[in-house]
Design a protein around this ligand. Sequence first.
Ligand SMILES: [Zn+2]
Length: 632
Amino acid sequence: MPSPRVVCAAALLLLLPLFVAAQNQPVEIAFTVAMTRPHTHLFEVDIDIKRPTNGPTEERLVLPVWTPGSYLVREFARNVQDFTALDAAGQPLKWEKTNKDTWRVVTNGAREWHAHYRVYANELSVRTSELNSSHAYWNNANILMYLDGFLKSPATVHVLAPDVWKVATGLPAVLGQKNTFRAENFDILYDSPFEASNFKTLIFNVKGVAHRIVIDGEGNYDAERMRRDVQKIVETEVELMGGEVPYRDYTFILHLRANAGGGLEHLNSASLGYPRFGFRIERGDRATSAGPNTTDTPQRDYRGFLALVSHEFFHLWNVKRIRPDVLGPFDYTQENYTKMLWVAEGITDYYADLALRRAGLVTENEFLSATARSIQSLQNTPGRFEQSVEESSFDSWIKYYRQDENSVNSQVSYYDKGAILGLLLDLEIRKRSNGAKSLDDVMRYLYKQFFKQDRNYGPMDFQKACELMAGSSLDEFFRRFVHGKEELDYDAALGAAGLRLDTNAPAMPTSTTTTTTGAAADRLFFGADIAQEADRLIVRRVYAGSPAYEQGLNAGDEIVALDNLRVTRDFFNTRMMEKKPGELVNLTIFRFDDLSTLLIKLGDRRQGTFRIVPLTTQTPAQKQIYKSWLGN
Ligand SMILES: [Zn+2]
């Protein structure tokens, strides 16, 4: 007797031809996105659905719960209101919600029907949407529903914007129809954000292909320099990936606001947010990175902008075309789990910095200093022993995008450690192949062997591609550092290029808002990040294993006095710099509403500032690898 599961499977098989027929039936899906009252923040969306023959008796409209590239379920349906559905004669159709993101409409087999709803949009970020009296920006996954079962259908979007606004998107325009655009399918539709405003446009060509930078907002940027430098980044990365430009045009949408930040990659466009006064030209040491946490880095300079561009642009290969397992086509109703974000994001971050160096936009010293800083930051993260990069990738949905005061102790960033693994793999491949191959060859191989053959790659495919270029097994490397949580061996990799990591260099100044007290030259080890919040000095996070952690300081504690004297941040930093390892400090704190004192014995950090320095003697092979790596 067959099991119930077999009976179900048989029933499904009988139903399959009907389902396939429904999937194959051509459906015309046309959206209109109107914004008649921008100050209300309400987009008015119409969906027109047409078929040549009768449709099913009921259909489902679904709004995605997430938007690809930003790995968090964001429940976009919470912004939907005033849903109605009508038949071709304008008569209301019955509908009900069947779960948080699905509207079931009783269509009674109608060939033609439409739905209307409004979406509240008042949050500007690269993954959300904003409509107000000065502009509209939207991600289609935030506001456009798909017809269940028809993600592969093409769709058009007609934008009704105020007359004085222009419209920019990566989607091709429909000829002869004003502000109407076409997407081949819903993965492409959801991959193509829109900006409608009185934006400025900078244009340039690379290999005859048009590129534009669409800028909404004022800022202290030099337009000509930005255009020239972004073009250099595009040219450098196109060459790095084999010289082919794999899109018909490319659009950067850039929002400049006081506190804007972050970027999101798309097939032939990218959304960027950047602080409007963050374009100051500086040389010397300054951290730059891209990712969800960049907004709380208050002091940015022009290199930070270039790094953001470089990162998002490299994604057009790494993740948008070189796709890890589940990342495309997408399931828009739930989390899409992958262990490969350390490659998709981390290795993209590695190439973001490397491309700036190869484009001549940062010096070798700036590149090496930034790399040393990233290594030091990873080494100061106790969570690196709690989570592998694969686990970090997999759990991004509940951890990386939902960080709290304990994250530094329980997590490792797939961006940060992934970028460093990119560096180590690159140098390891160069060493083993005697400089003949590199990680560049791995990326080009994946592009040819997977994207060009319409396949996604898995964890073993990536390892095998690295081994192919290295000419030998990297099993141990992947076991210890990718699947595992072992301490990374920096000198083994850096040695290939005639370099080593010096962990005892003299200190550098710390950032202005947050102070990891004790990172200064005196090696004092306290182990907490302290931030000034209005007139209060608050403990942001406490590092596991540090004196502060072991002796009872908590994140959220308000420090009111040090050795019985009232503190400001400057006073606290100055007094702590005068302390010696082994000394006791008396902290008066508010924990919630309770006043108490803590006596903390300061520790000895044993390490200074990290620098990457040349080996005393370098072989010709090491010199050659260094030269081909940093592109001189
Ligand atoms: Zn990224």
